[in-house]
Ligand binder design. Structure first.
Ligand code: SAH
Length: 283
């Protein structure tokens, strides 16, 4: 039976002509959009969106809104960042309400800062609407918390990819191996072998739990659970695909108790995924 509910919304700011709103769409599920994000979709005249924005979110655009794709398609190189920024400036100068829509959060490995700086330099007024980043919300859809009192007091968000496609050389992998209790790596699949190799060489135990969460918070979500030592091989063997976030550390073990999506499909959850109570009762 379907019931009709009325969603009561707080007062939201007007989307003024000549403004650019830089909005994060979240990792996939349209239900994870913020109210400001949904409001922007309903009001914008033109929407400049990336490849990571789910189709079901684009469908929330007002009828008649102009849709401009600014991502990579079919292996072709993506539009150059300066071209995208220049386009945003031009559209705003035309007096349009410009929605720049990005996957996840615009300020997390999303180049939102660069685009906003270009707008600032051009004197274009803009608003930033944060979104749920894949490295937190996407992991949550796989039943993996970014932090948990029993496993980690720190978490590092890392990019596994530089603009040119190589493993970032500015990252001190050995320091991460020593210091980070949990690692969440974006854009990691292509270089998974190099990355896991650097971390093991830096002293991280090869048995450390790893989860690869592909297309998180979409219908196509897949999760590969493995270990640091076996991740590179398992990624290839499983054929798991980008976009994916890679979680490394004991937080991954919590999935046995927190895989709420799995539970909806009949998975039995382990209420003691870290074995704390078992240890206590036997020790
Ligand atoms: N701004 C985005 C990140 C953009 S970088 C955010 O905050 O989430 C692109 C990388 O983000 C991808 O390579 C992948 O590592 C990650 N990512 C984005 N959406 C994802 C999703 N639905 N599932 C898994 N990983 C995702």
């Amino acid at each position: 039976m379907e019931t009709t509910i009325t969603l009561r919304l707080p007062a939201l700011p007007a989307f003024e002509a000549g403004w650019v709103w830089l909005v994060g769409s979240g990792p996939g599920d349209p239900g994870l959009l913020t109210l400001l994000g949904a409001h922007a979709l309903a009001c914008a005249d033109v929407i400049v969106y990336d490849a990571l924005v789910e189709e079901s979110i684009l469908e929330l655009a007002a009828p008649g809104a102009e849709m401009v794709f600014a991502g990579k398609r079919g292996g072709k190189p993506s539009p150059k960042q300066p071209d995208i920024s220049a386009r945003l400036v031009r559209l705003a100068h035309e007096g349009r309400r410009v929605l720049r829509l990005k996957g996840g959060d615009p300020f997390v490995f999303g180049r939102g800062g660069e685009e906003a700086l270009t707008l600032a330099a051009a004197g274009i007024p803009f608003r930033i609407v944060p979104g749920i980043t894949a490295g937190i919300g996407g992991l949550a859809y796989a039943g993996i918390p970014a932090t948990h009192r029993d496993t980690n007091h720190t978490v590092a968000f890392v990019t596994g990819h530089m603009a040119g496609g190589e493993v970032p050389d500015g990252i001190d992998w050995a320091a991460l191996a020593r210091g980070a209790q949990a690692l969440v790596i974006y854009m990691a699949l292509k270089h998974i072998e190099a990355i896991t190799g650097h971390l093991i060489a830096g002293g991280l135990d090869a048995a450390t739990p790893v989860a690869v969460v592909s297309r998180a918070a979409t219908r196509h979500q897949k999760v590969l659970e493995t270990t640091l030592g076996e991740a590179a091989r398992d990624v290839v063997q499983s054929g798991i695909e980008a976009p994916a976030v890679v979680a490394i550390g004991q937080i991954v073990s919590l999935r046995a108790g927190l895989d709420w999506l799995g539970a909806m499909e009949g998975r039995l959850l382990d209420a003691d995924p870290l074995g704390r109570n078992r240890e206590r009762s036997t020790g």
